[in-house]
Design a binder for this molecule. Sequence first.
Ligand code: FE2
Ligand code: FE2
Length: 323
Amino acid sequence: MSEPQTRTHIDISLNILKRFNRALNFDIYIQRTESSYTKIFKKGDLIDWDRVTLYEDKGITHFYLTLSDYEIYGNFVERLGDQLVGNSKKFSNTEARELLRDLAQFTVHEMIDKMNVDERAVYNATNVVEGCLDILDKDPKGILGIMSMLSNQPYIMKHSVMVSIFSVLLAKAHGINSETNLTVIGLGAFLHDVGVSQLTFDPEDEDQLTPEQRKEMNRHPEVGRQLLDRIRGIRSEVLQIVVQHHEQPNGAGYPNGLRDNDIYPPAKMVSIADTFSSLITKRSYREGFSVSEAVNIMRESVGKFDKGLLDQFSKIVLPKKAS
Ligand SMILES: [Fe+2]
Ligand SMILES: [Fe+2]
C-alpha cells in the first residue's frame, strides 16, 4: 500500500524539534493550505526560536518536513527513543508523549509506506511499546494525549498505536502484569497489520473489495507473520498474535479457521482491540462509532470474540455508571 498521492510532507512535533540544537540537516515547512507548504528554515540554518514563538502565537503548531528529508529526522527521533526507554526521567511527560507519537509515525512510515519491515523497525516499535507502558504507569491520562495527537494521521498509523494501547489495557485488566508479557502483546498488536503493506490495492473500505481483493486481504495475517519471521530475535508469541488476529472463537475467522481453545489468548485480546479501534475511527466512507455503539456492535457479533475478554474490555472503555 502506498502513501496517498497528496501526502508530500510529514508533520513533526515542536517539542522534539526543540531538542535539535545544531544546524539543521533538513528543511522545515509550515502548511499554508491543504496542499501547499512554505519553507521557513533551510538546511544549514540554526532554528530561530523567536520566529517559532511568533508562529505558535499565530496558532501554527505543526511543522513539516518533505518525505525525502523525513528519514534524517527519523534517525534523530529513534536515537531519542533509545534515550527515553533507557532513562525516561530525561523527558517531561509532554516530551515523552510527543516523542512516542513521532517515533510511532516514523516506524509505521518505514514499515507500511516504505515496506521496510526490518530489525530496526521492530526495534523502534518495541521502544514505542515500552514507552507507552511507562506512560501508562506514570501518567495514565497521557495515553489519551497520545491518541488525540494521532487524530490527523493516516489511518494505519492511528490504528497501529491504538490497537497496541487497547490490547495492553485489556491484558492488564486480565491480570497480566509482567513487563515482558505486556511488551510482547503490545508489540504483536502494534505489528498486527504489517502484512497490509504488501497489498496491491488500498483496503480503505473492506466491504467494497472484489472477491480477488478479499482473497488477497485475507492473506495479510500470514504475510505479516512471514515478514516478521525473518527478523532476528523476534519472539514467536509476537508472530502468533500477528497470524491469529483475525481468528474467531466460532471458527469463522481467517486464515486458519481456528476455534476457541486453539487461538492464542493474546491474539483474542488483539482481535478485540483491533475491531474496536477500527469501529471508533472515522473512515472516508463512514463516521466513527461512539464507544458504546462500538461495544454494542461487538457484543451483537456472537461468537466472533471471546465473551469474557469482551466483557472485561467493555468495563475499561465504557464510562463507569454512577452508583
Ligand atoms: Fe488485520
Ligand atoms: Fe487491524
